[in-house]
Design a protein around this ligand. Structure first.
Ligand code: MTE
Length: 324
């Protein structure tokens, strides 16, 4: 039997309500064998739901990808029916029901521009990029700054692999990632007071951390539009607004990028945005989180439970506003 030690981000099973996905797997395989099954090549199969991604990017054959066992959880995954129906995607509205509107997002053709301080700027089609990359599935927590949380099976590749492909020059210190800008395709972008396009950024050191992940899929299939198809960031130790969706430009810079939420309200949403239960948002506590699909609140953990992997990134930066 597959035995492994518990990693720092794993919640005890009792901390969360059992979910159907979890239960299904258990029913199928029986108790602890479920964990072993997760290690099988290809990972588990997730039930198909109406309206889910059709693989419009021409990459459906790549799913499901092998699950990387280093990133499994000891808490139930959030069922797709909850996580796919409660989204932040301001390009398609400011409430959580963006799924119908996000049908307007056309993901093919999709080109990603890689520029700035790199050896040679280039543009690459999404499908070409994905087929160059080592796809794997990882189970990650996600903690929104609004104090809700979920656990999601992303498929994708390490951001570090994209950085290696881009070959940044010695002057590069940051990676800026941007969403498309197209008012026709995203009515939310007609709201002039938002600093479109949605922009996020990481230091190069953060981008090279093993946890920084570019997701191309979820629940064993290509990304659903509302999750930020065809390519979105997943940085689980930071508040969710750092995980920019529908990326079409990645720029290496010497200056710290001005991010979307920082541009709107810097005192509440800063550049670093690392999760810390002890540092309240100016208008609410960050001590606990509501788990989507349950009526439970669970304690929030420092760096969302990933301190072991990321705390070292911030040595010497204690004077920065690391947790807002
Ligand atoms: N990316 C874009 N382009 N537009 C957005 O509005 N919202 C962010 C982030 N990425 C957002 C975005 C916020 S606030 C969160 S919490 C997560 O996406 C939500 O991801 P989810 O909808 O997949 O749960």
């Amino acid at each position: 039997m597959h035995i492994r030690s518990k990693r720092s981000w794993e919640l005890p099973e009792r901390a969360a309500t059992p979910e159907a996905v979890f239960l299904d797997r258990r029913t199928l395989l029986g108790g602890a064998l479920g964990l072993a099954a997760a290690a099988l090549p290809g990972g588990p199969a997730f039930a198909a739901l109406p309206g889910e991604g059709t693989g419009a990017t021409g990459t459906a054959d790549l799913y499901p990808a092998r699950r990387n066992e280093a990133y499994t959880l000891d808490r139930p995954l959030t069922e797709q029916r909850y996580s796919a129906d409660y989204n932040n995607f301001y390009e398609y509205g400011t409430n959580k029901t963006v799924t119908p509107g996000s049908n307007a997002l056309k993901v093919q053709p999709w080109t990603i521009k890689v520029d700035g301080l790199v050896e040679k700027p280039f543009e690459i089609g999404f499908e070409d990029l994905v087929r160059k990359m080592p796809l794997e599935e990882r189970l990650y927590r996600h903690r929104c700054v609004e104090a809700w949380a979920m656990a999601v099976p992303w498929t994708g590749f390490p951001l570090a692999a994209l950085v290696a492909l881009a070959k940044p020059t010695g002057d590069a210190k940051y990676v800026r990632m941007q969403t498309f800008l197209d008012k026709g395709m995203a009515p939310g972008q007609r709201q002039f007071f938002y600093p479109w396009p949605y922009t996020e950024g990481l230091t190069l050191a953060e981008a090279g951390n093993e946890l920084a992940f570019l997701a191309t899929g979820v629940y064993g299939k290509p990304l659903l539009n509302q999750f930020g198809a065809p390519l979105r960031l997943a940085v689980p130790w930071k508040y969710g607004f750092k995980s920019v969706k529908s990326i079409n430009r990645i720029t290496f810079t010497a200056e710290r990028p001005k991010t979307f939420w920082e541009g709107l309200q810097a005192s509440e949403y800063g550049f670093w945005a690392n999760v810390n239960p002890a540092v309240p948002h100016p208008r609410w506590s960050q001590a606990s989180e509501r788990v989507l699909g349950t009526d439970q609140r669970v304690p929030t953990l420092l760096y969302n439970g990933y301190a072991e992997q990321v705390a070292g990134l911030y040595k010497g930066l204690e004077k920065e506003r690391l947790f807002a």
